[in-house]
Design a protein around this ligand. Sequence first.
Ligand SMILES: NC(=O)c1ccc[n+]([C@@H]2O[C@H](COP(=O)([O-])OP(=O)(O)OC[C@H]3O[C@@H](n4cnc5c(N)ncnc54)[C@H](OP(=O)(O)O)[C@@H]3O)[C@@H](O)[C@H]2O)c1
Length: 309
Amino acid sequence: MRIFLAGATGAMGKQLVPRLVEAGHEVVGMTRSNSKRAALEDLGATAVVADALNADQVGDAVAKARPEVIIHQLTAISSFDIRNFDRSFALTNRLRSEGTDHLLAAGRAVGVGRFVAQSYAAWPYARTGGPIKTEEDPLDPTPARNMRESMRAIRHLEAAVTGADWTEGIVLRYGGFYGPGTSMSRGGEQFEMIRKRKFPVVGDGAGVWSFVHIADAADATVAAVARGRRGIYNIVDDDPAPVADWLPALADKLGAPKTWRVPKVVGRLFAGEVGVVMMTDIRGASNAKANRELGWEPRHSSWREGFAS
Ligand SMILES: NC(=O)c1ccc[n+]([C@@H]2O[C@H](COP(=O)([O-])OP(=O)(O)OC[C@H]3O[C@@H](n4cnc5c(N)ncnc54)[C@H](OP(=O)(O)O)[C@@H]3O)[C@@H](O)[C@H]2O)c1
């Protein structure tokens, strides 16, 4: 199929382009930078330059590409401050709201049969009930104050994509990425914080995190292009785990000193309300639907062996 990939040069895009090409698809990859064209073409895509926040540029690029499928992997999370969560996500939130609308409008104009978009599986779930959530479970009606804009953008993207009745609108709620090109990789920001003991367990560390190796997430995305049906899929590994389990285990793998613990009140001082929620209260996600309907299983079934590799 002919696929238009928005976000083709990012951590996910770099994994996705070669897999789509290998699966026999023709890929047109979007970037803002002329300087990234060559790298995209080396991966096997045709490069197109456009700004996702400019409706005319997106409309022109999609009209010229005439794709059968659009994949939306646009984010902009390069500088992240947990105390200013919404501020850190401001551009990503625009990409998830305006960016989604521009891509949908452009896709509708050329009649794409399938639209696959990136969402997130962890912090958006409601912080009530059991520790592991399915796609049927509600999103958090009362997110921490500093993440309300980010939640609004997630809700907008998911409603717009699954509500587009003229196409097969598919939302992939990925777990926390780790692996090449992500901040959870050798030399990456989060691994370095853990190595330097700047990432303590807060309170009881009962917040449940779902991870996914970025290569597995890319495999799931290729499967969604082939077999996904309108709706939402959690794309996470088989081993959602509380912070109190995964953080000390990861610190050990990184050869870092023993993870320290701080009470919630101290955690709040350093990481704000969002940091405390992430550490103590968020829920994990189940990948049963993606296993069943996409025929996808992560090769790294647990972060335990995934972090080691
Ligand atoms: N589920 C998760 O855990 C998750 C999800 C997303 C990101 N992350 C992590 O966040 C970190 C940083 O990711 P990132 O999102 O900043 O960067 P990234 O991985 O470089 O991806 C951003 C992509 O979006 C494109 N893009 C951004 N704004 C655009 C615009 N206005 N117009 C057109 N394209 C635009 C970029 O293209 P150009 O720059 O080429 O224009 C690039 O292809 C990584 O560690 C990543 O793993 C994690």
